[in-house]
Design a protein around this ligand. Structure first.
Ligand code: SF4
Length: 87
């Protein structure tokens, strides 16, 4: 069930990203968000490389397919988000 939810969430996020014109964050911004937000976050699961709140993969990489930080249409899911959508 968790896997299906993850697939649905990714599909929805991907469509939103495509509809916005496929905007991506720069490698410098991805690095900054990694160092200041997800890397030190208590909700980051190091072994799974996932955020345990939204179950998205977050990594210190610019790999487009499997890193939430790359997609400028994505935000941190916390009530007081560590980073916002940029597009
Ligand atoms: S997306 Fe937000 S809650 Fe999730 S690991 Fe990153 S900073 Fe933490």
């Amino acid at each position: 069930m968790k896997f299906l939810k993850q697939v649905f969430h990714f599909g929805f996020a991907w469509c939103r990203w495509k509809l916005a014109g496929s905007p991506t964050r720069s490698p410098e911004e991805i690095r900054r968000l990694w160092l200041t937000c997800c890397g030190p976050c208590v909700h980051y699961h190091q072994d799974l490389e996932q955020c345990t709140i939204c179950n998205c993969y977050v990594r210190d990489e610019t790999d487009m397919k499997v890193n939430k930080l790359v997609y400028a249409t994505e935000r941190c899911p916390l009530k007081e988000p560590c980073f916002e959508r940029e597009a």
